[in-house]
Design a protein around this ligand. Structure first.
Ligand code: ADP
Ligand code: ZN
Ligand code: ZN
Length: 763
């Protein structure tokens, strides 16, 4: 191996390129080490990410400079995490720097430029300079006067009075040298730990702890719990990579299974990561786990201070911490001897990161366990179609738990047809049945939860009399209503229509756009039951100082009778006194402009229904809808995941949507609408040009758009999108790459921001 690929200046993200350097004879360089390298007329630091024998085309060996030295005092990034970062950059189409920062957040530090004189004050040429070019000499003399004969660039600019250009001139002339110096954001103590924790001997295991944990189980497992735990432990014993989908209905006791299998991992001297979709939901799980695992467990969350984070990293690397609980980014936790990663509620969209690198924690978990030959457990009552299809295809294993703990029944679900309410003369947003049930619940002193969809920005047009929804004839996606211009649009293909005045199905004139908020629900309950105590849980109330935990705490203490909220309260909550759950309008989610809308609806309804009747008091569920015949609603009301899966997967296949195909979407943004539209068309053209050149290949793809994004304007920027759809993801990536390159040469691309997403979760 002659060359090292060095990622230069990673900390300030200015340069994000990998350059080749020679590895000098005798240098004991390892991947992940920080090195000092020459770059133009500077010396900069970087991270050696890869070794290679080959140079890029057109680069001659003579142009390659040697590495100056290893910067010894800083951390070395473990090799598997470097590989993970390279994989992440490639598969999500982002820079290696962005990936590396995500995988190894400790890189966050500061790079400062320093100015150093090349010659000494007494040198002949310096004396000549003093005579021939007194100005430059004075600039140089500032450095000679400084204590260490070196100044940071910012101070140097002030003291010398030069501009940055002039300083660079001096450097080009060879009088001074510019050097980037990296100040790590990591405290010294942690850096020491980083180098010592990475020894080959691994981590010492405290055997006393193991005994404590394996004899500490009080609960008797149900036969299903014990069966799946045994199977997962069996997989663990094989020391081979495996992904297991644990499909367990709501209330089947998945948390207990997680706890047992993590106990087993610890007993074998390993460590584990438990991912949860939202950190605000962890307090229940975390306190339960802490009872068993004590301070070997840490909860990583975004509220941690930088120093706390660094300390956590240190404890993790040293093996003091062996269980990490956290949201998606915890998937990168550098635990030594990592044997297992669990994703609870694996179907949740929160596992997908919307910024670069736009990864899905499920994919990262699988990659990591593949690298380290461990086990991934995906747990859910409503698995994603992707995961369940993979299990059906035999790509991952499937375990299921089909009964609730203590044989508690699943609650009966009543589907209310809102079209009939209209006939009955009831124009309230509550059906008569829901009103009755609410009344009974309040009278019995029990609690109820009412759900609405949060995403109020997306409105669709529906007939209140027959339930007809206007959809795109090409994409089968609900058209989105825009008040501006009174038009409806498909956000996939940009098809546009004027809303009909009468329903094309039944001729009713009661056809209009749809959208309700939690506030209106609250007001309407107050009108119906003035004595009811109501709490609201939505984006607005949780942002206030009270916050999510506070509101839920009050509801748990029964300080309120009814909790009104968005789907954020559907996840994993366990309230014994909740016996009634109502879904105000299942249609809101069902008609999202997204091919996953039906899947999301099924998941939401199932999860929501799972909140009722979790203790001895029986629960009941009411789903209100204008589409009672929709398969998502029927199957959810029968608690029938498998039935839903087979119908929906057939639809995806027929319509050629994921998981049968891959999508790469580019969102273009610009402050000016005409610029972004022009850019989007030019990108689509650039992509289309690629089709000709690939004609003879056996790979096919579709170019969708350009079309306005579902959120057409955000933070003062207009947004348009162009998507690629096709079966071969490697080919799609390459095709997109080339298209974007061509687009970059077009004048319409200047100033337009591109945001590329591989297999985005939302449309
Ligand atoms: P899930 O996550 O599958 O919806 P949970 O893990 O929340 O289910 O478990 C549901 C309820 O059953 C919880 O209150 C939990 O404490 C209880 N539970 C789980 N396992 C057992 C068991 N083996 N014996 C008694 N209660 C259990
Ligand atoms: Zn109609
Ligand atoms: Zn369309």
């Amino acid at each position: 191996m002659h060359y090292a690929e060095v990622l230069v200046d990673v900390a300030n993200r200015r340069l994000d390129q990998v350059f080749h350097y020679q590895i000098p004879e005798g240098m004991d360089l390892k991947r992940g080490m920080r090195v000092l390298v020459p770059l133009q007329y500077r010396q900069v630091q970087g991270v050696a990410v890869r070794f290679t024998n080959e140079l890029p085309q057109g680069v001659s060996d003579r142009a390659i400079k040697p590495i100056i030295g290893i910067v010894g005092t800083l951390e070395i990034i473990p090799e598997d995490l470097i590989d993970l970062a390279l994989w992440l950059a490639e598969t999500t189409i982002c820079s290696i720097a962005q990936s590396l920062h995500t995988v190894w957040p400790l890189l966050k530090g500061k790079v400062e430029e320093w100015v150093i004189p090349v010659a000494a004050k007494e040198d002949e040429d310096v004396k000549t300079l003093q005579i021939l070019d007194p100005e430059s000499y004075h600039a140089l003399a500032v450095l000679f006067r400084s204590r260490n004969k070196a100044l940071s660039l910012s101070i140097y600019l002030k003291r010398s009075g030069l501009t940055k250009n002039q300083v660079e001139q001096l450097a080009k002339q060879g009088w001074i040298r510019l050097e980037s110096r990296f100040t790590s954001g990591v405290p010294q103590s942690v850096r020491k730990a980083l180098s010592s924790g990475m020894s080959d001997e691994g981590v010492e295991v405290n055997t006393a702890d193991i005994q404590r944990f394996s004899s500490d189980y009080r609960r008797v497992l149900t036969s299903e719990q014990s069966n799946v735990s045994q199977k997962i432990m069996g997989a663990l014993a094989k020391q081979q990579y495996e992904t297991i989908l644990l499909h367990g209905i709501t209330g089947s006791g998945k948390t207990e299974v997680y706890q047992r299998i993590i106990g087993e991992v610890l007993a074998q001297g390993g460590s584990a990561i438990l991912l949860v979709p939202e950190i605000s939901l962890t307090s229940q799980i975390a306190s339960y786990f802490r009872e068993h695992f004590g301070d070997q467990l840490i909860v990583l969350h975004s509220g941690l201070q930088v120093s706390e984070k660094a300390k956590a990293w240190q404890d993790i690397l040293q093996g003091k911490i062996r269980i990490v609980i956290g949201a998606r980014s915890a998937v990168f936790a550098p635990l030594p001897n990592l044997r297992m990663i669990i994703l609870d509620e694996e179907h949740e969209g929160a596992y997908h990161q919307e910024e670069n690198p736009k990864y899905h924690a499920r994919n990262v978990a699988r990659k990591r366990m593949e690298q380290l030959r461990g086990v991934v457990v995906l747990g859910s009552a409503t698995p994603s179609l992707e995961a369940y299809a993979a299990a059906q295809a035999g790509k991952i294993s499937l375990l299921s738990m089909e009964n609730r703990v203590a044989n508690r029944p699943l609650p009966p679900v009543e589907v209310v047809d809102m079209r009939e309410e209209l006939i009955k003369g009831n124009r309230s947003m509550f059906s008569l049945s829901l009103q009755n049930k609410l009344k009974g619940t309040l009278e019995r002193g029990e609690q109820g939860m009412l759900f609405l969809n949060r995403r109020g920005y997306s409105t669709f047009v529906a007939c209140r009399e027959c339930g007809y929804v206007v959809r795109c004839s090409d994409c089968d996606i609900a058209l989105t209503y825009h008040t501006q211009g009174n038009s409806m649009r498909c956000h996939y293909c940009n098809h546009e229509e004027i809303p009909p005045r009468t329903c094309p199905e039944c001729g009713s004139r009661y056809i209009r756009f749809f959208g309700q908020g939690t506030q209106r629900v609250e007001e309407e309950i107050k009108g119906l039951y003035p004595a009811a105590r109501i709490l609201r849980l939505d984006f607005d109330t949780t942002r206030s100082k009270e916050g999510y935990g506070e509101i839920l705490g009050r509801f748990r203490r029964q300080e309120a009778d009814i909790l009104v909220g968005t789907q954020m309260m559907a996840k994993g909550l366990d309230f014994p006194n909740v016996t009634l759950v109502g879904v105000i309008a299942a249609d809101q989610m069902l008609n999202m402009p997204d091919f996953r809308a039906r899947e999301r609806t099924f998941q939401l309804l199932t999860q929501v229904a799972g909140r009722a009747g979790r203790s001895d008091k029986p629960g009941q569920v009411v789903i209100q809808t204008y589409a009672p015949e929709d398969r998502a609603i029927i199957k959810a009301s029968h608690h029938n995941f498998k039935g839903f899966f087979w119908e929906e997967i057939a639809y995806r296949k027929a319509r050629n949507y994921p998981p049968y195909t891959h999508v790469i979407r580019v969102t273009l943004t610009h402050e000016k609408e005409d610029r972004v539209i022009k850019g989007a068309h030019s990108l689509a053209r650039a992509l289309n040009q690629g089709i000709g050149s690939h004609e003879n290949g056996n790979t096919s793809l579709d170019i969708l758009g350009p079309a306005p994004a579902v959120i057409p304007r955000l933070k003062n920027h207009y947004r348009w999108q162009v998507s690629l759809k096709g079966k071969n993801i490697v080919f799609l990536r390459e095709f997109m790459h080339q298209g974007v390159q061509r687009f970059a040469h077009d004048s319409s691309s200047s100033g337009v921001q591109l945001n590329i997403e591989v297999d985005p979760l939302s449309m």
